[in-house]
Design a protein around this ligand. Structure first.
Ligand code: SF4
Length: 172
């Protein structure tokens, strides 16, 4: 894949985090989310214009500077799938040039994403290893859960789920 000059609104970036998925990971927070969960962890990020527009290749370089110290990348937000039209290109470039795994947080449910028929959602899912899915539901909040905020959310092995046409959860 060549140069990625499109810009994505970046709401935040962590160089190496231990809590946004397994292992040491860089975390990209993208702006824009329409789920409007009660008790949203970061309301400012719901605004698509929040943060700074940055070229995908610059985001890519920033991630790769941390590799191989990091063993993965996490997309969070905001709602990554509301940026999927360009985010899928970044995911593809990371996968083509490293052995890193990609985790992605989404307010959508896996079933909704897989059955949507939306090409850009499928393109993004193709390069996601683990999806933490579902809206954050305040009434189901549980601080003892790993990598997720409320009990309805699932940590899903995406590629195994696609192959088996069922939902395969990760044992975390
Ligand atoms: S999906 Fe995440 S960013 Fe969007 S409203 Fe819910 S908690 Fe906030």
């Amino acid at each position: 894949m060549g140069c990625l000059k499109e810009k994505i609104n970046v709401a935040g970036f962590l160089e190496n985090s231990l809590v946004n998925g397994e292992g040491i990971r860089s975390v990209l927070f993208v702006s824009g989310c329409t789920h409007n969960c009660e008790g949203c962890h970061n309301r400012a990020m719901q605004n698509k214009e929040y943060g700074e527009p940055i070229e995908l290749d610059n985001v890519y370089e920033r991630i790769m500077k941390n590799y191989p110290l990091i063993n993965g990348v996490t997309f969070s937000g905001g709602e990554p799938f509301e940026n999927s039209d360009i985010l899928h290109k970044l995911a593809e470039k990371i996968k083509n040039n490293s052995d890193m795994n990609i985790w992605c947080y989404t307010g959508y449910r896996y079933e909704d994403l897989i059955n949507s028929g939306r090409r850009e959602w499928k393109e993004l899912l193709k390069n996601i290893d683990v999806l933490v899915d579902g809206k954050f539901l305040k009434e189901l909040k549980d601080e003892s859960l790993r990598y997720r905020g409320s009990k309805n959310q699932r940590v899903i092995n995406v590629q195994e789920s696609i192959i088996s046409n069922s939902i395969i959860k990760l044992d975390v």
